[in-house]
Design a binder for this molecule. Structure first.
Ligand code: MP5
Length: 216
């Protein structure tokens, strides 16, 4: 039988392919990315990761005893990631001060927060796996298509590292275990959540590429 995480990925293949073909990632890989476009992504992702901390805490709070440590370490990993954002911001003269979430970042964050507050643990694990896997695949794509080092190399190296890939693989295994104990209805809800995460991941790159803003 196909593992559940692979089944989820198979069902969203067109969206996943669109993510991996996004012009933002191509421009990072060939170093043609416009500085302001990259900074927009960086500022928005900083807010996204910062607000993922309380979200991860909700996930830890509903996790089976056996997964508490793994997910608590993932929560600390978010703080380490924020340090990375702050270090690169200092190096590149980028500020996070007074930056607001753009519409897509706000919508994605709010959607995840809603799942954090209302969904079951397997459903929360589904959204976490989706978001992490989307970043792993996107940044591995960049890494493997680079011809020269990027000014933003530390971001590329972070999400394409063997350590991050191992974390995402472990999430996939836990998701498969959890799904094996879920009802058909719950698994169907997990499929819908995974599709929504994939759609938002695409929109997130689009938001950065277009410099999306609120109208007023
Ligand atoms: C991640 C992220 C990966 N930073 N931003 C988006 C929009 N999706 C996924 O999560 P993490 O916790 O930074 O590895």
């Amino acid at each position: 039988m196909v593992p559940f995480h692979e089944h989820l990925l198979d069902r969203v293949r067109p969206i996943w392919d669109a993510i991996l073909h996004h012009r933002f990632l191509a421009a990072v890989a060939d170093n043609s990315i416009d500085r302001q476009t990259f900074v927009t992504w960086m500022q928005q992702d900083y807010l996204f990761v910062r607000e993922a901390v309380p979200l991860m805490a909700l996930t830890v709070s509903k996790a089976p005893v056996s997964l508490r440590r793994f997910l608590s370490e993932a929560l600390i990993g978010l703080h380490n990631e924020l340090d990375l954002f702050e270090a690169l911001a200092a190096e590149h003269g980028v500020t996070f001060h007074a930056v607001e979430m753009a519409p897509t970042c706000h919508a994605y964050h709010t959607f995840l927060l809603a799942t954090g507050h209302t969904c079951s643990f397997p459903e929360k694990l589904t959204t976490l796996y989706g978001a992490e896997k989307a970043y792993l695949d996107a940044w591995v794509w960049v890494k493997t298509h680079q011809r020269a080092a990027s000014p933003w190399q530390r971001f590329i190296d972070h999400w394409s590292s063997p350590g991050f890939a191992g974390y995402v693989d472990t999430l996939a295994r836990h998701l498969d275990d959890a799904a094996a104990r879920c009802s058909d209805d719950e698994r169907a809800r997990m499929e819908t959540l995974f599709r929504d995460v994939a759609r938002y991941e695409y929109r997130f790159w689009e938001m950065a590429a277009t410099g999306e803003r609120w109208d007023a």
